[in-house]
Design a binder for this molecule. Structure first.
Ligand SMILES: [Cu+2]
Length: 260
């Protein structure tokens, strides 16, 4: 491999090339000629800035992120819905848009005269099927702005399928069974998760950056929990404390002679 010589250093580009590929001859030049030394330092600074700009253009690193939700006593809060929205440039660049809504509807059953599951999270545009798997009829309704409907779910009838286009909270009720209540949380962010029995909401892939984090729960005392969080190499978990009321106890009569 041929070494670069001083006579060929007619431009900064050549000097930078030599800096990258010919580190040993560069050191010789610096020792022999102070003018070239200053030029070389400038070129090194330029190269450094160029490398920084190149790095900043790369997608942010993404890794799992975990949010835990507990009440002020440290008791895990189950069925809280956690959403994250990117606010910094790196977070936006690393957050892929929501996948297309599933072709298959999300199923919320009426079983044992309850909505199962009680809380369901879906992406806007999803379809939801509400089959009656009980031996008694139901009359399902929602007065929520995100989706208003009312239909009878007779025994053995085809399940009602709804398309949920508008983000928001949909509260399900039944005209026949007052105690039945369910919630559908329609989200417009790909970063949404529901807490498990440990109060943990796992996110499979979150890019480094800043996010607006929101927590919603049916028994939450405040209307909403909002905070700004940062995902980075050093920060892959976030603990959240929310105050929730005890679940409202509603009388559920035994399935007796009236068969309802
Ligand atoms: Cu019912």
């Amino acid at each position: 491999m041929q070494s670069l010589r001083y006579s060929r250093l007619s431009s900064q580009e050549e000097l930078m090339t030599m800096l990258v590929f010919r580190s040993s001859p560069s050191k010789l030049l610096i020792a022999r000629n102070p003018r070239v030394c200053c030029s070389l330092v400038t070129s090194r600074a330029a190269l450094f800035v160029t490398m920084l700009l190149a790095l900043s253009a790369l997608p942010a690193m993404a890794a799992p992120f975990r949010v835990t939700v507990a009440d002020p006593r440290g008791v895990p809060v189950v069925d809280a819905v956690v959403t994250m929205r990117p606010v910094s440039a790196s977070a936006r660049a690393g957050t892929r848009p929501s996948p297309p809504a599933n072709a298959q509807p999300v199923v919320i059953q009426q079983v044992d005269r309850e909505f199962v599951p009680r809380v369901t999270v879906v992406s806007a545009g999803s379809r939801v099927s509400l089959p009656n798997n009980d031996a008694v009829p139901h009359s399902v309704y929602s007065f929520s702005p995100a989706k208003q409907f009312e239909f009878d779910a007779y025994v053995g009838s085809s399940p009602q399928v709804l398309t949920l286009d508008k983000p928001g909270i949909i509260t399900l009720g039944c005209n026949i069974h007052d105690w039945m209540v369910g919630y559908i949380v329609v989200v417009d962010t790909p970063l949404a998760a529901q807490t498990d029995i440990h109060g943990a909401a796992p996110f499979a892939s979150v890019a480094d950056g800043d996010y607006e984090l929101r927590v919603w729960h049916p028994q939450q005392r405040a209307t909403d929990f909002v905070a700004q969080v940062t995902a980075s190499d050093q920060s892959r978990t976030q603990a959240v404390v929310v105050e929730v009321s005890p679940p409202r106890v509603r009388y559920k009569p035994p399935l007796g002679v009236k068969k309802y």
